[in-house]
Design a protein around this ligand. Structure first.
Ligand SMILES: [Zn+2]
Length: 55
């Protein structure tokens, strides 16, 4: 699972495919509320706000 900004979403997809050999689901964090989990505030690759969840 990767939490990334818009610029790094493609990188996260590539990493996901390399690791799991399957296409990930992309979740827009702005449109999704998690009842029991707070997603990271920052991108995993840089200091920008996290925007997408790649799972
Ligand atoms: Zn980023």
């Amino acid at each position: 699972m990767y939490v990334v900004c818009k610029e790094h979403v493609e990188l996260a997809i590539e990493d996901f495919v390399d690791e799991y050999e399957d296409a990930p689901d992309i979740v827009d964090l702005k449109e999704t509320e998690f009842s029991d989990w707070d997603p990271p505030v920052k991108c995993a690759e840089c200091d920008k706000p996290a925007q997408f969840l790649v799972v």
